[in-house]
Design a protein around this ligand. Structure first.
Ligand SMILES: CC(C)(COP(=O)(O)OP(=O)(O)OC[C@H]1O[C@@H](n2cnc3c(N)ncnc32)[C@H](O)[C@@H]1OP(=O)(O)O)[C@@H](O)C(=O)NCCC(=O)NCCS
Length: 201
């Protein structure tokens, strides 16, 4: 068992769509094969990610509950995993909004974070992260928190770059895709409102 901030398990996404016409590969001097991907659409399941962490005393407040900021940090990492996998790119966090903490998480709990791309826009992606606590004695899970994050794809110089569209396949994914479009409009409205308020001050 690793020490420090708990154990971290990263699960690779299952399956994947082949884009034979959109990929090319080359061998570099370091002997690695580099695959270049175009902006061909990718399914949600291709970048879905999961990580798990055991909550240790260092992560908790004096009552033994996981600190909200620590959970936000883990949510950011879990979200970035799906964003990296979808965009095959470096990403930066542009925003984290609508985070709900439904139930406390305690020292010793096994925290599971699942992330998936709800929708990709031009250079940005909305990622949903859902957090669960698994009771490994009783074999039950409880939903403890959820969040939506926006990541922007950037190159090595930090310059924004386009991301591939996402293909929602299941009914749930299609619903999330629609909802993400509405949330983007609300974010834009809110941002415009804040800008206007600053100009008045
Ligand atoms: C996020 C960032 C790249 C946006 O760059 P920008 O020059 O302001 O770009 P724009 O306003 O043209 O927006 C670019 C994209 O980001 C999205 N975006 C920008 N700000 C956003 C916000 N607050 N919330 C959600 N999306 C946002 C835009 O909608 C746009 O998406 P699209 O290309 O898919 O249409 C830039 O603000 C940045 O680098 N921020 C710091 C990121 C960082 O360091 N994160 C870690 C925090 S410690």
């Amino acid at each position: 068992m690793p020490h420090g901030s708990g154990s971290l398990v990263v699960q690779k996404p299952s399956g994947g769509i082949e884009h034979p016409t959109s990929m090319s590969s080359s061998n570099s001097q370091d002997g690695h094969q580099h695959i270049r991907h175009s902006l061909a659409p990718r399914a949600v399941r291709e970048s879905q990610s999961q990580m798990a962490e055991v909550v240790l005393p260092n992560d908790a407040n004096p009552l033994g509950n996981l600190l909200g900021g620590r959970l936000m940090h883990l949510i950011d990492i879990a979200g970035a995993m799906a964003a990296h996998r979808h965009s095959h790119s470096h990403v930066v966090t542009a925003s984290m909004d609508h985070i709900d903490f439904h139930l406390p998480v305690h020292i010793g709990d096994l925290l599971i974070l699942k992330s998936s791309v709800n929708r990709a826009f031009t250079t940005s992606m909305e990622i949903g992260v859902k957090c669960w606590v698994e009771n490994y004695i009783a074999g039950t899970t409880r939903h403890v928190a959820s969040a939506y994050l926006t990541f922007v794809a950037v190159d090595e110089q930090g310059k924004r770059k386009p991301v591939p569209p996402v293909v929602p396949e299941t009914e749930e994914e299609k619903q999330r895709y629609e909802d993400a479009g509405r949330r983007r409009e609300l974010r834009k409205e809110e941002s415009a409102r804040r800008k206007a308020a600053k100009q008045i001050r």
